[in-house]
Write a protein that binds this ligand. Structure first.
Ligand code: SF4
Length: 220
């Protein structure tokens, strides 16, 4: 029996689609090929066949550096993952981008809750409690730099700065907040394969840590 994520993915699986930096293609035998979208036309790729290989592939960038943020645009190149079933595909995609398919399914079903940055900062404890002292202007600049799709993170931001619904950063392009736009191409007028967005429903721990750094830096 299919789970909600697989049901949600099924309509987009009739044709190739993008998920972040990944390209997913269906084979004539009903299996799937996953690769870095930059490698779509390459034939000399290292082939893997186990969905758990995605864990190692996603761990380091091309230079061998650890990737703390799995949705950063630094997925390594030169591989392909051949998977026999939808279940294996779902698990592999969840290793590449943990939690993103479940969030996408919730969003598609109208059940996704978001949490503002101020609410996230207010509930921090210990060494991160001070992060809540960051100013609105500092948030505007920090989010523009840390979350930008070009070099920062490929997620589409759904959360607000605070409960008043203020946008997370006035400096980011409007496409950064639009789940219908591919964050790598970021040009709605260009035609691309279907894109399943990587949604950001609440600020991540790495952004919270950056908020703390800004406050600490401002106080010395
Ligand atoms: S807060 Fe969201 S968009 Fe920003 S870096 Fe973290 S995961 Fe990416």
């Amino acid at each position: 029996m299919q789970n909600p994520v697989e049901r949600c993915l099924e309509p987009v699986l009739t044709a190739p689609f993008y998920l972040g930096q990944l390209l997913v293609r269906k084979t004539a035998t009903g299996g799937f090929i996953v690769s870095n979208r930059d490698d779509a036309l390459l034939e000399q790729l290292q082939t893997f066949r186990n969905e758990e290989d995605a864990i190692e592939i996603a761990k380091y960038d091309d230079a061998g550096r650890y990737r703390p943020l799995k949705t950063a645009p630094n997925m390594r190149h030169g591989w392909r993952l051949d998977l026999a079933t939808m279940e294996k595909l779902r698990r592999a995609l969840d290793y590449f981008y943990p939690g993103r398919l479940a969030v996408f399914a919730a969003w598609e079903n109208g059940n996704l809750q978001t949490t503002s940055l101020r609410d996230t900062l207010e509930r921090q404890s210990g060494m991160y409690r001070v992060a809540a002292e960051i100013s609105d202007a500092q948030i505007d600049d920090l989010v523009a730099d840390f979350c930008r799709s070009n070099g920062g993170c490929l997620r589409t931001i759904l959360w607000k700065r605070d409960r008043n619904g203020v946008i997370a950063s006035t400096t980011l392009p409007k496409e950064k907040f639009d789940p219908g736009i591919d964050q790598i191409v970021a040009r709605p007028e260009l035609s691309t394969p279907a894109t399943v967005p990587l949604l950001c429903q609440e600020p991540c721990n790495l952004l919270v840590a950056e908020c703390r750094k800004v406050v600490k830096g401002a106080s010395v």
